[in-house]
Design a protein. Structure first.
Length: 177
């Protein structure tokens, strides 16, 4: 089995979940080749030949991140005071690829290629989630979802992950094997 986990992360929480999912897969299938890569390094050559593609991202503004939401999140992560936010439209608004951009260049999956989607999100009724949008895009690219979208909870915008979420992500990863 060859599995590739692609993630987008600003604060490191989604990366931590992706790494836990990878650990869970490796534990369940010691013979598996498991790669865990940020979206910027997940070109078609990296995902080619994968039997399982797992994709995860942070929840921004109730769904998948966008160029402006990533820019604001990076600015907040740098500790800038409120009110000093940069202009978010125009040149340089999207410094680096996000999952939305990545999906535009994702090739159609060969028949039988499995996939799963996850996100990180706040534990609030109105927080929304990115995993549903990720799952929809995976199915549009002809991936077969092996499970429903999964959300992992962060304590606040910048994290940390809620206690037990890293372990839950590893168990979820093992279930994907």
């Amino acid at each position: 089995m060859q599995a590739v986990i692609v993630y987008e992360s600003v604060y490191g929480n989604t990366r931590a979940v992706a790494e836990a999912v990878a650990d869970g897969l490796r534990g369940a299938r010691p013979d598996a080749v498991v790669s865990c890569v940020p979206v910027a390094g997940a070109g078609p050559d990296v995902i080619a030949g994968a039997d399982l593609l797992v994709v995860g991202g942070p929840t921004h503004v109730y769904g998948m991140s966008s160029g402006p939401s990533r820019r604001l999140a990076r600015f907040a992560a740098a500790g800038a005071p409120v009110g000093d936010e940069p202009r978010v439209h125009g040149p340089g608004a999207d410094a680096g690829p996000g999952l939305r951009t990545w999906f535009r260049s994702l090739p159609q999956a060969p028949p039988g290629t499995r996939a799963a989607a996850f996100d990180t999100r706040a534990d609030m009724l109105v927080s929304g989630g990115a995993a549903q949008g990720i799952a929809r895009r995976l199915t549009r690219h002809r991936y077969d979802l092996v499970t429903g979208p999964e959300g992992f909870v962060v304590e606040s915008t910048g994290g940390p992950l809620r206690a037990g979420e890293r372990e839950r992500a590893a168990v979820w990863g093992a279930s994907l094997a």
